[in-house]
Design a protein around this ligand. Sequence first.
Ligand SMILES: Cc1cc2nc3c(=O)[nH]c(=O)nc-3n(C[C@H](O)[C@H](O)[C@H](O)COP(=O)(O)OP(=O)(O)OC[C@H]3O[C@@H](n4cnc5c(N)ncnc54)[C@H](O)[C@@H]3O)c2cc1C
Length: 389
Amino acid sequence: MAGLSLALFLKKAGITAVVYEAYPEFKNSGLAFTIAPNGMNVMNELGLAEEIIRGGNVISAYQFRNAKGKPIVRMRTGPVEKYGQPAVLLSRFVLHSLLYKTAAENGIEVNYNKKLIAITEDKHRVTAHFADGTQTEGTLLIGADGIHSATRLLTFPDAPKPAYVGFYGTGGLLNINGVDNGEKLCREDLTLVYGSGGFFGYGFDKADELLWWSSLAVPEDEVKQFITTATDGKIREILLNIFKDYHSPVPELIGKTKKFAQTISYELGELGKWHKGRVLLIGDAGHALSTTSGQGASMAFEDAILLAKLLRDNTLTNYEEAFCRFEKERRPRLQKFREAAKKGNSDKKVSSAFGLFVMEKMMKFFIGIFGENGLKWQYGYKIHWRNKN
Ligand SMILES: Cc1cc2nc3c(=O)[nH]c(=O)nc-3n(C[C@H](O)[C@H](O)[C@H](O)COP(=O)(O)OP(=O)(O)OC[C@H]3O[C@@H](n4cnc5c(N)ncnc54)[C@H](O)[C@@H]3O)c2cc1C
């Protein structure tokens, strides 16, 4: 997400970028995810917002419920007029396909099977070395290679490693026609369920498809062992046992899922620096947030537009100034998200009846008072491509 969107903004800035991807080919991976209004505003600067809305589902509110299904509080994500764009839940494949298609239309070269394994640099150039024995040179190397970034490891060997957030994540996609009373589910809400078994969320990622996901607080060793051996049947059995008393359609969604996605959630502590010489980290490579934030992709998009703007306005030869300003501008915002995600993670770990009772009251109270305004700093942030920095 960070790499392709950066290449597209650089193209707008008149700077040639080439993308190198470790995967051998374009493939359909991951389920669905939310792009927050601030991320959608960046996509709009690339002219992609309308297509994303068409390919996904607009989410108007987060509906918090308890396990029995009782509504705790409903928090709107908009209105759209306030932030310019809505929040959209869509399939990763739809977004990836759109970014690749747009890159191809813009003549951006994307090379597959190029796993970065080493970086060398002299006064004038930086060289990326790949696992297939090839290499390539350029003026700058932007590491957009995700949470387990090789660029980060090679450039800052002492940087903190991704840390386990404490959750085993599972999820699935279901055609709504196969779900009892599926047509009665609210299409514009993302439902977030807090109960003693664990967290469960669901919402539509397109007209006839429903995404669900769950987070269970499990020790890291157990997750690592489980994830390598678990069959779909075993996952279904365990989840059904945990979520059997949750409101409808939770047990049904689990029971009818054929293929389960599994994740181990990691986050990255704050790095002392994001750039060194001609190398800079963006997206998850520099600042992976816990998945609870729902902002990882939007942060990658914001990085992309800002960096391209700074390189446009400072010119490539003055890249150091651009890198320094990039870090200075992005760090405080990322730090604020990191702190907000900590709170989201601790809510998901509450399991005692008393803890859940207190959490419900707190949610009602705080979201009731600050709710939609509390989202303003996240969603109301805009980087305009046309303005000069
Ligand atoms: C379960 C889950 C749910 C999430 N939900 C949301 C959500 O709802 N909303 C949201 O905004 N974010 C969400 N996120 C976070 C979001 O997916 C990330 O923040 C986002 O993908 C970061 O984009 P990126 O481009 O920095 O990294 P990535 O998307 O990870 O892309 C990195 C790319 O680099 C490639 N690569 C890796 N190593 C190398 C190498 N050595 N050489 C060459 N290429 C390499 C990878 O193959 C990949 O294509 C979620 C994450 C998870 C795991």
